[in-house]
Structure formats: structure tokens, C-alpha cells
Design a protein around this ligand. Structure first.
Ligand code: ADP
Ligand code: MG
Length: 397
């Protein structure tokens, strides 16, 4: 058979076999080093494939960033759905990331529209929940709802999805949930009534050096041509992300260094390139977070970044940022939002873990409490650069 001309021939001027395989949306076939966790999920969810049972399962998945929570969830949903098809079980799955859908209402609407073609607008949350429940019952359907970055919602919101099952006959359940968030945020969300409804909680830990080595080598061979990243360079990458124990950190460094190699028409990734991208890559600041933000939220972030990138400035105030924000809006020809809307944008950035907002003690001589805005562990210059890039690509679209 003649080989496909796109599959084997090395694309000119690229070190990548397939760059997409390093992007956040890509779900690899395998998730090395997560066998135990996947096994635990399978144990919990297997009951949904039993034709004689109709129960709902609620699982929490917690852990620091970059440990595979999202990817493992997506892979589990995909495999569960195919297994249901083979077993002739009427099961569907629905994944939402609260970065994009930030309220209970927006999630409900999207679920109703995507899965049941119900136009969500004009209905209250309670009405939508009832309509979804009626359809699940009528169609004899089991649904698994995965809510990622769930800490953007409140524990009460999460409970209202779980409570949907109370509309069915006693003991019957049709809507299962997988709730994904950082561990500390999960403890904040957790109430006695919520924890009573969670059947199992998986706590993922940061990866060890050995695990990162296995994972990153696997991703390397999926994305790069052979010999582009040598073992020595790989060691360097693994060393750097062992400090954060975060696989995304390593994957993002591979992606960026590959792109830099392409830009200078190099055929390999050198240690120098890794040292260069090392200072640019911050796994907390994932590009997908920014892609989902609205323009005015980006401009708010940009104002914070610009103010804090002045030498010696470590924190600033809401008023100062708002003043800067007005200038930034003019620069980008965007409508200036009112102070109260601007505060909502700031809260969004705070919930996403980009800016930190602390209320200081009463300052002597000034009125009221002063709230201080600063950045979590991310250099302001990096924030500015990333947001400017997203705004640029938004403008080009
Ligand atoms: N065990 C693994 N095997 C292969 N790739 C992984 C593994 N764990 C994480 N990744 C990759 O690392 C990146 C971060 O994973 P992700 O699931 O987004 O982490 P989290 O949701 O915990 O922040 C993604 O690109 C993902 O594909
Ligand atoms: Mg995630």
C-alpha cells in the first residue's frame, strides 16, 4: 500500500509530527501513571452499565494543576460512552468547564439545548431541572455530567444538580456527576449535605520525577519527529517540571520550544531553547483559560499586569486598576464598563487564580479597609504578554 503522503513525509520546516497532540484539548489514548485512579473511577462508574440498576453516582476528583484531572475525566467519559453503546445501555455524557460556563443557569441551559434541544432561555432553573428530569425519565436515559473547575460554582449549585434525582421515584437515579477542582477549593465548597452525597473522592497528587519522565516521553513521541528532542534535553525538561510536579508544565515547554525551533528553522530542540522557554512558561497561566475570557475581562487582567509590571510595585488597589483599565479600553477601542461591572471582572480573574485580592487591616489615617490586588506567583510581564497575544489573535479573527 502506498503510504499516505501526509503521514510519513516530514513536513518541511517543522519539528512536529503533530503539534495538536501537545495542545490542552487533546486527549491521548493512554494516560501512563494513572492506572490506579482510572481503575478506581471504573469501579465507581461500572454500575451505570448494569441494565438492572438505575442509580446515580457522584464522584469528586481533586488535585493540584497539571496532574491529569481534566484529561482523565474526558477519557473516562469517552470510554464509558462507548462501553454503554456496546452494552446497549442508553447513556450519555456531558462535560462542562466552568471557565466557559460560570453559573448553574448557564450549565443547565447548555445541557438542555445540547442534549435535549430545549431552548433554555425564558425558563427558571427549577423549570429547566424539571424538564431535563422528565426527558431523562421518558427516554430512559442515564446521564453523566462532569463539572470541571467546579469551584467557580458554589457547593449549593453543585448540590442542585445532584438533587435533580429526587424528582424520580425513591431510590432511582439518572444524573450522575463528576466534580473536578483543586483540593483546597473542594474543602471550601464542601458542606455536610454535599459530602453526604459524594460516593467517592479521588485525590490526585503531583507527579514524581519518574512519572514525569514516562509521561513526557510518551507525549514527545506522539508530537515530535524522532531525534528532535534528545534524551539529554528531555532530562532538562523533566528536571524543570519536577519542581512543579505538573505535566502541563513539561508539555507546554515542549510545545513552545518546538515552535521556537521552527521559527529559527532549526531541526532539533537545543538546551538553549529550553532555557529560553523555561522563563516564559507558567502552567498556571494556561492559554485555554484566556481563550475563554471575554474582551473586557482580558482588558482588566491587562491593566493589573501593566500596573504591577512597574519595578518595585507588588500590589495595587481597585481604584488604580480601574483608572488604568479606562486607558486600556481606549487603546483597544472597547466600551468602558462601570466600576461595578469592572469589579465583577476582577472577581472572575480572582476565581480563576490569576489575581489575588486580599483585604488588609484598617489602615490608620485612611477610611475603611483597603483591598490589595496582586498576582499569584506569576510575573506581571508574562501576564501582560499572554493577554496581549490573545487580544491580538482575537482581533485577527
Ligand atoms: N498521565 C498522563 N499521561 C499523559 N499525559 C498527561 C497525563 N497527565 C496529564 N497529562 C497531560 O498534561 C496536561 C495537563 O493535564 P490536565 O488533565 O489538563 O491537568 P489538570 O486538569 O489536573 O490541571 C494535559 O496536556 C494532559 O494531556
Ligand atoms: Mg483541568
Amino acid at each position: 500500500m502506498t503510504p499516505n503522503i501526509f503521514s510519513e513525509s516530514r513536513q518541511q520546516d517543522s519539528v512536529f509530527r503533530n503539534k495538536f497532540r501537545l495542545m490542552p484539548e487533546f486527549v491521548p489514548d493512554e494516560l501512563p501513571c494513572r492506572d490506579n485512579e482510572i481503575g478506581q473511577l471504573v469501579e465507581n462508574l461500572r454500575i451505570l452499565l448494569d441494565p438492572d440498576q438505575s442509580v446515580a453516582v457522584n464522584i469528586a476528583i481533586t488535585g493540584p494543576p497539571g496532574v491529569g484531572k481534566t484529561t482523565m475525566t474526558k477519557k473516562t467519559l469517552n470510554d464509558l460512552k462507548s462501553a454503554a453503546i456496546s452494552n446497549k445501555i442508553n447513556l450519555d455524557t456531558f462535560y462542562v468547564n466552568c471557565h466557559s460556563f460560570r453559573t448553574k443557569t448557564s450549565i443547565l441551559r447548555r445541557l438542555a439545548t445540547d442534549k435535549f434541544h430545549i431552548q433554555g432561555r425564558g425558563f427558571s432553573d427549577e423549570e429547566l431541572i424539571e424538564m431535563v428530569a422528565t426527558r431523562l425519565s421518558k427516554e430512559n436515559l442515564r446521564m453523566v455530567l462532569a463539572i470541571d473547575e467546579a469551584s467557580i460554582l458554589s457547593g449549593k449549585d453543585i448540590l442542585s444538580f445532584i438533587h435533580l434525582n429526587e424528582l424520580f421515584q425513591t431510590g432511582e437515579g439518572r444524573l450522575s456527576t463528576m466534580i473536578i477542582c483543586r483540593r483546597s477549593e473542594w474543602s471550601l465548597m464542601l458542606s455536610a449535605s454535599l459530602s453526604g452525597r459524594i460516593h467517592d473522592q479521588l485525590n490526585l497528587d503531583g507527579y514524581t520525577r519518574e512519572q514525569l519522565e514516562i509521561i513526557l516521553n510518551y507525549r514527545k513521541q506522539l508530537a515530535f519527529y524522532a531525534d528532535v528532542i534528545s534524551d539529554k534535553v528531555m532530562d532538562l525538561i523533566v528536571d524543570i517540571c519536577t519542581k512543579t510536579r505538573n505535566a502541563r508544565h513539561g508539555i507546554e515547554m515542549m510545545l513552545r520550544s518546538g515552535m521556537k525551533a521552527n521559527a529559527v528553522k532549526a531541526s532539533v530542540v537545543t538546551p538553549e531553547l529550553i532555557r529560553e522557554v523555561k522563563n516564559e512558561v507558567y502552567p498556571e497561566l494556561r492559554s485555554d483559560v484566556f481563550e475563554d475570557l471575554k474582551t473586557n475581562e482580558l482588558l482588566t487582567g491587562l491593566s493589573v499586569g501593566r500596573l504591577l509590571s512597574k519595578p518595585g510595585v507588588v500590589s495595587t488597589t481597585v481604584t488604580d486598576i480601574y483608572n488604568r483599565y479606562k486607558l486600556v479600553c481606549e487603546e483597544y477601542h472597547e466600551k468602558i464598563h462601570s466600576m461595578s461591572t469592572f469589579r465583577i471582572h476582577l472577581t472572575t480573574l480572582e476565581k480563576l487564580g490569576i489575581v489575588s485580592h486580599s483585604v488588609g487591616s484598617l489602615d490608620e489615617g485612611t477610611r475603611g479597609r483597603r483591598s490589595k490586588i496582586s498576582l499569584y506567583d506569576i510575573p506581571a510581564i508574562i501576564l501582560v504578554e499572554r493577554i496581549e497575544n490573545v487580544l491580538k489573535s482575537k482581533n485577527q479573527k
